[in-house]
Every structure is written in C-alpha cells, then in structure tokens.
Write a protein that binds this ligand. Sequence first.
Ligand code: ZN
Length: 91
Amino acid sequence: MSYILDNESQLEKAVLKAKKIRTQVRFIAFGVYSVRGTKGNFYTVKCERMPSGEKLVSCECLGAEKGLVCWHSAAALSLHIGIARQRVEVV
Ligand SMILES: [Zn+2]
C-alpha cells in the first residue's frame, strides 16, 4: 500500500512516534529503507517523488494498508530527506 503524503498533521504525529520509539533504519538503496518494527521485525519502506512533485511513500505494515501514515514511513522519510538533500549538494 502506498500513499501520497498530503496529510501534514498525520505525518507530524508519525514523526513524533518514530522519535519516541528510536527505531533503526537501514539504508537499502536511494529511496528504499528497512525500518525495525516494535517486535524486532523489519518493514521495507519506499519513498519516491512523483513527477508532479508529490511524495509517495509505501510501507509493508498493516497500518499503511489501512491508509494510515505509519511511523515506519516517517522514520524512513526523515533519513530519505537527509540523503536527498546531501545528493543535491554533491551534484
Ligand atoms: Zn509501516
């Protein structure tokens, strides 16, 4: 399940939760991350930018399947934004 990030308040809540949990985010490839869940399992989160400029995020967890902005996505997105920014600077 993937969704377009257009709900800022939902994302903010997810970011706060991600910070609280202090999870581990693994870098797989640019835009692909593995986020550790609370039970020690890992979820793959994909972040991409649509040609229209919207951010598209997908996660394997049940919350994302219900269309919620899950904290895994938020954790992966924080890392992704940091990397994307660095890339721009390098180029
Ligand atoms: Zn998730």
